[in-house]
Design a protein around this ligand. Structure first.
Ligand code: TYC
Length: 103
């Protein structure tokens, strides 16, 4: 069978798509009111970080205004953002999370 350039490109694009789903960064945003300890515990429970990792991420957000809590597929990332908001509102903290596609 002949293999024109177009179909070769199409095939390799399809293979890559099925092997690597688009990934999304879940971002935490700094604020002046959410306790540092609450952010560290949330990073441990929701994002499965060790206490040491969670502390590094929390301090990065505190010092730079924004930081990456984790990278997930679209549906998981959406769930993590919703969990952050639910836990934050329960504790009456203004903590904000968002998501953005990688690259
Ligand atoms: N800036 C907060 C404080 O000083 C701590 C904090 C860190 C808040 C990270 C939000 O995403 C955040 N208590």
């Amino acid at each position: 069978k002949s293999s024109p350039k177009g179909s070769v490109a199409l095939k390799s694009r399809t293979e890559r798509k099925t092997q690597r789903p688009r990934m999304y960064r879940v971002l935490l945003h700094n604020d002046d009111y959410t306790p540092m300890e609450f952010v560290v515990r949330l990073l441990q429970t929701v994002f499965h970080r060790t206490e040491a990792e969670a502390t590094v991420i929390m301090l990065h957000v505190h010092n730079h205004g924004i930081g990456v809590a984790g990278v997930y597929t679209h549906e998981i990332a959406e769930t993590k953002v919703a969990q952050v908001h639910m836990l934050a509102r329960q504790q009456e903290c203004p903590l904000m999370a968002s998501m953005e596609p990688e690259e």
